[in-house]
Design a protein around this ligand. Structure first.
Ligand code: ADP
Ligand code: MG
Length: 476
């Protein structure tokens, strides 16, 4: 198999999708989106990040960098089992407007948070003690001291330039709000990566962040904020790191600074996305290959059905699933479930308790489905992958038990109304489903899903289409 690691930093013209600005942007972002409909090449998030930066500092940023969210076509909970995934970057992006400052301090602001957060760069190592101290996957790192606040309850409206943002909160080590651990954790991880670090290598920096990636919907707003921040810092600090290394820094920030025990898939999808293609990733070797999807040519759309039910990686079921997988690999005497084949499953059934066995069966069969999807896409095109998507959903629902009634309803109704395939996407316990739908059927499927949700007494879902798009870039 030939892998191509070439990063994708090409332009894409997907632009802002006004249909999502209500979920993730502050007011200024939404109005920017309205203004930008006639100029779709500038994502609304870029403009929103610039205005927030001006409100924060009273001056222009040195640049604006952005990175996309992602949808996972197939391959769920296989990444931390060293397996295969097939995600694609989406047109929704998180933008970071940034500029160096001379005093060795880092200040981060987001339209998503009420107040900026500021720390001395040299305090990052105290704030995020280096791994080794990293706890096991079932016990997220960091502890409550870094999760003092529930982020995002009230999106902030950035003021006019030089306007009325509250003053920065000078954080004591261990007290940074959770959202700020993403960009600050990226800065921390980048510093740790550069062995020649010496006083003066890393100047201080102001960063203002805005996004049109729906948060907590399974579309990886977390990888998008990490990717935007790492891409900005990579250039401003002159680090010259390649996108795969930046993806690893983002994962380290998420695992160790935030304390969410996630795999590498999201960051790699965001950093290596290409238009009209998925990122086929071997999570063990980190080899990637761009896999053409051909959705548009086949007249297909990817409809996202965001249930609005928030998931949280840093708590509960996600860690339990990881622990099951590790027990399974240990019982079978392999480094990771990647090394288990379907032929090994009868032995797994003997060695494991019933629940752990089903967890293992999901991962093993899901790896196979990813490989099959790549093969089927090449041989028969995107319409032929529907059954694999449906089987993936069933496996997550029945064996891995990470679906919720809203996601099952979304998938069932989409399929009943003509979707080629459908499955929940992302870590589970909430978030979104994706459905591969004929362009002309999108309105009917959407309507049917809305009606079914209303009938079941679920909160109204948020529906929009996503387009396979390119990775990080400098926008301004
Ligand atoms: P997902 O990646 O599926 O959207 P996660 O729970 O992994 O969900 O990440 C969401 C978290 O990432 C948010 O709760 C917040 O802490 C952080 N985050 C994402 N986007 C932003 C943003 N634009 N500004 C500030 N924090 C953000
Ligand atoms: Mg995430």
């Amino acid at each position: 198999m030939t892998f191509d690691r070439t990063p994708a930093l090409s332009d894409d013209t997907a632009g802002a999708d006004p249909s999502v600005t209500d979920t993730a942007l502050g007011d200024s972002g939404a109005s920017a989106a309205r203004r930008l409909r006639s100029a779709p090449t500038v994502p609304a998030a870029v403009t929103a990040a610039e205005s927030l930066f001006r409100a924060l500092t009273g001056s222009d940023p040195a640049g604006v960098w952005s990175a996309p969210g992602r949808a996972n076509l197939i391959g769920e909970h296989t990444d931390y089992n060293d397996g295969f995934v097939l995600p694609f970057a989406i047109q929704h992006r998180t933008a970071a407007a940034a500029r160096l400052r001379a005093d060795g301090r880092i200040r981060v602001a987001s339209t998503f948070a009420a107040e900026p957060v500021e720390v001395a760069l040299d305090d990052l190592e105290t704030l995020f003690p280096a791994a080794g101290a990293a706890p096991g996957p079932a016990e997220p790192a960091g502890g409550a001291s870094r999760r003092l606040e529930t982020p995002g309850s009230a999106p902030q409206t950035p003021g006019a330039a030089g306007g009325a943002l509250p003053g920065p909160v000078d954080e004591q080590p261990g007290t940074v709000p959770e959202w700020a651990a993403y960009p600050l954790g990226v800065a921390w991880a980048l510093r740790a990566l550069v062995p020649t670090w010496a006083a003066g290598t890393f100047a201080g920096v102001d960063i203002a962040i805005a996004s049109d990636v729906p948060v907590g919907a399974g579309l990886s707003s977390s990888a998008a904020i990490e990717g935007a921040t790492s891409t900005a810092l990579n250039e401003l600090w002159g680090l010259g790191l390649d996108p795969v290394v930046l993806a690893q820094a983002g994962r380290r920030a998420e695992n160790e600074a935030v304390g969410a025990p996630t795999g590498i898939m999201d960051q790699m999808a965001s950093m290596l996305g290409q238009a009209d293609a998925a990122v086929f990733l071997d999570c063990r070797s980190l080899e990637t290959r761009s896999v053409p999807l051909g959705f548009a040519e086949a007249g297909l759309e990817v409809l996202v059905i965001d249930t609005g039910v928030k998931h949280a990686h840093s708590t509960g079921g996600y860690g339990e699933r990881r622990a099951s997988c590790e027990r399974g690999a240990a019982a079978l005497g392999v480094p990771a479930l990647r090394d288990v084949t379907p032929a090994d499953l009868p032995r797994a059934a003997e060695l494991l308790d019933e629940v752990d066995f089903r967890r293992v069966r999901h991962v093993v069969t899901e790896d196979q489905r990813v490989l099959e999807t790549v093969a089927v896409l090449a041989a028969d095109g995107p319409r032929a992958i529907g059954e694999l998507l449906v089987a993936s959903h069933a496996s997550m629902r029945d064996d891995f038990e990470i679906s919720i009634p809203e996601l099952d309803t979304a998938v069932d109704v989409a399929l009943a109304h003509g979707a080629v395939g459908a499955r929940m996407t992302g870590g589970g316990f909430g978030g979104a489903a994706i459905a591969l739908v004929d362009h002309d059927l999108v309105p009917a499927v959407s309507e049917a899903v809305r009606a079914a949700f209303a009938e079941a007494g679920f909160a109204a879902p948020h529906l929009f289409t996503v387009t396979p798009s390119s990775g990080p870039r400098r926008d301004v």
